[in-house]
Design a protein around this ligand. Structure first.
Ligand SMILES: [Mg+2]
Ligand SMILES: [Zn+2]
Length: 245
């Protein structure tokens, strides 16, 4: 069926995240406007084997949530997180951070500041030998009505296309109900971590809870089917690129 085929976007394709796009639509991100996207270098050509990924919320999940973090010097990983992420990386998982940054839309800080914070995190991880595939962030005010702000799925959907991610073998780890819902609705396995300080909301029954990302990583690696080793990650980016949705 044509719906299974990649679709090249015309130049006038509207990337306004408020515009509804069918979740089943596979989109080749080859004509993105520079206004909204930075160029990424991918190695996920046709026929490339799909790879599993761990989607990670940022604030309250991998770094301390001080509320609208706007200081690159304020990035503080929870204990053992870089090492835990390295374990995932070594097992072949792509690492994708998906974060709501409404502080931009609310006017608390500008987009350059948000990028600087993300880059500080990227560099700290790199020093520990951890390479993020990418960071997707939603800059919008909650009332903007975008589809990227979690629990909207746009950021995950784009990452799945950008990196050829195998959703069946992928997880979403986050500290609030929005993260769990994003993971579930995107067809990923959700894990709630209890490091964050925000409301957990009403969660569906049976959602896996872990105290920390370190515990979540141990759980994930325990769930892998025996005898199915992943390929080496083969990261798609030669450098980390911050993408916005
Ligand atoms: Mg969070
Ligand atoms: Zn958004």
């Amino acid at each position: 069926m044509s719906s299974c085929l990649p679709i090249s976007l015309s130049d006038d394709f509207n990337w306004d995240p408020r515009v509804s796009v069918s979740p089943s639509l596979r989109v080749v991100p080859s004509h993105r406007s520079e206004r909204q996207y930075e160029v990424i270098e991918t190695s996920t050509g046709g026929g490339a084997k799909k790879r599993p990924a761990i989607f990670l919320d940022r604030d309250g999940t991998i770094i301390d949530d001080i509320g609208y973090l706007s200081d690159p010097g304020g990035v503080a990983f929870y204990q053992g997180v870089p090492q835990a992420l390295k374990r995932l990386q070594n097992r072949g998982y792509l690492l994708v951070v998906v974060t709501n940054q409404s502080g931009i839309g609310r006017g608390y800080f500008d987009e350059e500041t948000a990028i600087a914070v993300n880059l500080a995190m990227v560099e700290m991880l790199r020093e520990e030998g951890v390479v993020l595939a990418s960071i997707y962030y939603c800059p919008h005010h909650p009332e903007y009505g975008c589809r990227c702000r979690k629990p909207g799925l746009l950021m995950v959907e784009r990452a799945v296309v950008d990196f050829g991610i195998d959703k069946d073998r992928s997880w979403f780890v986050g500290d609030i109900d929005k993260d769990v819902l994003t993971g579930m609705n995107a067809g990923l396995k959700p894990i709630l971590v209890e490091t964050g300080k925000t409301s957990k909301g009403d969660l569906p029954e049976g959602v896996k809870r872990c105290e920390t990302v370190v515990e979540a990583v141990a759980f994930i690696l325990d769930q892998e089917p025996v005898g199915e080793p992943h390929q080496a990650p083969g990261y798609a980016l030669s450098k980390n690129v911050i993408l916005r949705s």
